[in-house]
Design a protein around this ligand. Sequence first.
Ligand code: NAG
Ligand code: NAG
Length: 274
Amino acid sequence: MKFSTGILLPASVLLTSTSVIASDPNKAISIGILVFPGFQPLDIIGPLDIMMGLSSRFQNMTLSLIWKTTGPVTALAPPSANLPAAIYPRLAPSLVATHTFADTPKLDILLVPGGSGNRFLDESNDTSIEDFVAQRYPELQYLLSVCTGAASLAKSGVLEGKRATTNKASWKWATQFGNGKVDWVPNARWIEDGNIWTSSGVSAGIDMTYAFFKMLLGEDKAATVMNRIEYSPHLDKAWDPYAVVHKVPGADLSRSLGDCVGPVGYEFDCSGRK
Ligand SMILES: *[C@@H]1O[C@H](CO)[C@@H](O)[C@H](O)[C@H]1NC(C)=O
Ligand SMILES: *[C@@H]1O[C@H](CO)[C@@H](O)[C@H](O)[C@H]1NC(C)=O
């Protein structure tokens, strides 16, 4: 526990690191994000808001929103036998796909979101997302998934022999994929294994994205953006209270449900919190 509050750490304390794709801030990092009917909005918009902030002056980036066809893609999932009626929404936004699977440019980073629509795709034996992930994986520097997007990664084969995590409320559905060759980790907010990062449900994608860009571009740039969007990320990738809330088999129930978070780059004290 830290005992001072509101003290900005000197820049020299903040670790910085760069990778090959981030060595030149003017050279665009090519980012692709999949969309599909029934995507979970925050899985995309959370990470994308951080990317947008970083692209302002810290790092040139290009964005491809990818689906079978260009144009609006609704977040409303098609009906699914596996989707409880109680969580079927009546309201949903659309995002506009800018590229198709066929005309997406070379990508450095691909993010695969989750959402209840991937149950419908699975029941329809629609493997277009998995085919695209498997086809593009060799050219990627990094592959990221949020929420049940990890199910698509598992089905594509790229998680074989790797550790991964996914949405804890959809644990049983998502972890059935991967032919038993994926090491699904119950107590993880997110997991990094090689160049594949997978996060737990929905909002966990924001925490993973902060950790990812802290690794890629350095803490000072990532922290500036987090404090601009006024979000205090969870920093402990092994902290996931939703493994307990959703009673995930094999989860460590002794971990605290609460986490002490505050603005990144600052010291803060949670012990006297009212
Ligand atoms: C950012 O990258 C794009 C695409 O490669 C390029 O057209 C543009 O000139 C770059 N911007 C800067 C400021 O270098
Ligand atoms: C999907 O594949 C399964 C297994 O082959 C089959 O039983 C099912 O009827 C297929 N569903 C559709 C919608 O084609």
